[in-house]
Design a protein around this ligand. Structure first.
Ligand SMILES: Cc1cc2nc3c(=O)[nH]c(=O)nc-3n(C[C@H](O)[C@H](O)[C@H](O)COP(=O)(O)OP(=O)(O)OC[C@H]3O[C@@H](n4cnc5c(N)ncnc54)[C@H](O)[C@@H]3O)c2cc1C
Length: 384
C-alpha cells in the first residue's frame, strides 16, 4: 500500500511495475485532479539522473517539448557585489546542467505512465485516516471507513506526513518563518539559459530560465512580507519584482502566480519501521534553494523499488527488516550530506550579521577560485 499520489508515490508505484505485486495507491485528491493537476508555480530542476529515471519509468515520453527548458549555466550572486560564482558544463561533454520542468507536468506525466499498470489499484478521493503495522503486516483505515491490509506500507504523504507520525517515527522539523513566492515573468532581456540565485541583503531571489524570454521568479522573504507582496495586483507585483531584481533582465511582468510556500524543512529520524517505509518528502523535506527535493525523492523511490523487486523475484519477504534497514542506510547516505549542506548554505546566506557577510564573501570567492569546488557542485547538479 502506498499512501500519497504525489510525484514520489506515483514514481514509486511505476518503478514496481513488473514485480508481480498487487499494489494499492491511495490518494486523497480525486482522480480528475491527478489526471490534470493545476499549475502550482514550481519549476523543478531535474538532474540528468532524474531524467534517466523518468525516461525508464515511461514518464519522460509523456512530456511535451514545450514543458522542458534547458538549464545551461547557473550563477550565485552575493549582496551588492557584481562578482558571481558560476557553474557550467565545460569539460563534461554535456550541453546543459539539467532540465527545468513544471511540477504539475511531472505529476501528470507520471499519472499517465501508471495508467493501466497490471496489478495496480488506484484509490482516489479518500484519504488514509489511520495506519497500524506489526510483524504480520500493515493495516490502513480510509476516511470512508474501508480497511485494507498489506505486507508493506509505504508513506509518500508529504513533509508533514501523518502516516510518519502514526508509525511513531520522529522527525526533525524546522519552520523557518520565511516563505517563498513563485511567479512566471516574461522580461525584456535575454536570460541565455542561465539560472541565477541572488543572496541579496534581506532577500533571496532566484530566476529560473524558461522558454520565450520568460523566467520563474522565486522570492524568499519573511512570511509577513511575502503575504503583503502576494496581495498586490499583477502590475504592481511585476514592478516590485523588476525593482527587487535590480532590472537585471529589464522590465518584468507577471503572467502566472503568485504561489506562496511557507518554508519548513524536515528529516525523518528513520526511513523505515516494522513493515513500513517512508519515501519522498515524508522521508526528507528539503529546502527548495538547492533544488533537490524531488530529485532525492525519485532516487529514494527507485532504491526501494529495486530492493523490493529483487526480493519479489527471489520469493523473499518484500518487507523484511533487513531489506528496509538496507533502504534506510542507502537513502540516508544519499540524502544527509545534501540536506546538511543546504542548511549550512541557507544559514550562511541569510544571516545579516557583519561576520556572516564577510564569511559568505570569502566563501564565494574561495569557492570560485577552486576548480574542485566548482566541479563538485556542477557534478552534484548534473548527477547521472
Ligand atoms: C517552490 C518549490 C520549488 C521546488 N523546486 C524543486 C526543484 O527545483 N527540484 C527538486 O528536486 N525539488 C523541488 N521542490 C521539491 C518538490 O516539489 C518536492 O520534493 C516534491 O513535490 C515532493 O513530492 P512528494 O510526492 O513526496 O510529496 P507531495 O508532492 O507533497 O505529495 C504528497 C501527496 O500525498 C497526498 N496525501 C497526503 N496525506 C494523505 C493521506 N492521509 N491520504 C492520502 N493521500 C494523502 C497529498 O494529497 C499529495 O498528493 C520544490 C518545492 C517547492 C515548494
Amino acid at each position: 500500500m502506498i499512501v500519497g499520489g504525489g510525484p514520489a508515490g506515483l514514481a514509486f508505484a511505476r518503478a514496481l511495475d513488473g514485480a508481480g505485486l498487487r499494489i494499492a495507491l491511495i490518494e486523497r485528491q480525486p482522480a480528475d485532479l491527478l489526471a490534470a493537476p493545476p499549475v502550482d508555480g514550481r519549476e523543478i530542476a531535474l538532474t540528468h539522473r532524474s531524467v534517466a529515471t523518468l525516461t525508464r519509468l515511461g514518464a519522460w515520453a509523456q512530456l511535451r517539448p514545450e514543458d522542458v527548458s534547458p538549464l545551461r549555466k547557473a550563477q550565485v550572486l552575493n549582496g551588492a557585489s557584481r562578482f558571481s560564482f558560476a557553474f557550467d558544463t565545460a569539460g563534461t561533454g554535456e550541453d546543459r546542467l539539467g532540465q527545468l520542468v513544471p511540477n504539475h507536468r511531472i505529476r501528470q506525466a507520471l499519472f499517465r505512465a501508471i495508467d493501466g499498470q497490471p496489478g495496480l489499484d488506484l484509490i482516489t478521493g479518500t484519504g488514509v485516516a489511520y495506519v497500524g503495522t506489526d510483524r504480520a503486516g500493515s493495516r490502513v483505515t480510509l476516511a470512508d471507513g474501508r480497511v485494507l491490509d498489506a505486507r508493506l506500507l509505504v508513506a509518500a504523504d508529504s513533509r508533514f506526513s501523518a502516516v510518519r507520525e502514526q508509525l511513531g517515527i520522529a522527525a526533525e522539523v524546522n519552520r523557518l518563518g520565511r516563505s517563498m513566492m513563485v511567479c512566471r515573468v516574461p522580461h525584456e532581456g535575454d536570460h541565455q539559459g542561465i539560472a541565477t540565485e541572488w543572496f541579496d541583503h534581506g532577500q533571496t531571489i532566484a530566476m529560473l530560465p524558461l522558454a520565450h524570454r520568460q523566467s520563474s521568479a522565486v522570492l524568499t522573504l519573511a512570511s509577513g512580507q511575502i503575504e503583503r507582496l502576494a496581495s498586490l495586483d499583477s502590475g504592481a507585483l511585476g514592478a516590485e519584482i523588476t525593482r527587487r531584481y535590480d532590472a537585471r533582465l529589464g522590465r518584468m511582468w507577471v503572467v502566472e502566480g503568485p504561489h506562496v510556500y511557507p518554508l519548513a524543512t524536515t528529516y525523518a529520524r528513520h526511513f523505515a519501521a516494522t513493515r513500513a517505509a517512508l519515501i519522498g518528502d515524508a522521508a526528507v523535506g528539503m529546502h527548495p534553494v538547492t533544488a533537490h527535493g524531488f530529485n532525492l525523492g525519485l532516487q529514494g523511490a527507485a532504491t526501494l523499488a529495486e530492493l523490493i523487486k529483487d526480493a519479489a523475484v527471489r520469493g523473499d519477504d518484500i518487507a523484511s527488516s533487513l531489506l528496509l534497514r538496507r533502504f534506510e542506510a542507502v537513502h540516508r547516505l544519499a540524502s544527509r550530506p545534501i540536506y546538511a549542506g543546504t542548511h549550512l548554505l541557507v544559514g550562511l546566506y541569510t544571516d545579516e550579521r557583519p561576520a556572516a557577510r564577510i564569511a559568505r564573501r570569502a566563501t564565494l570567492r574561495a569557492g570560485a577560485r577552486l576548480p574542485m569546488v566548482r566541479q563538485t557542485i556542477s557534478r552534484l547538479l548534473m548527477q547521472h
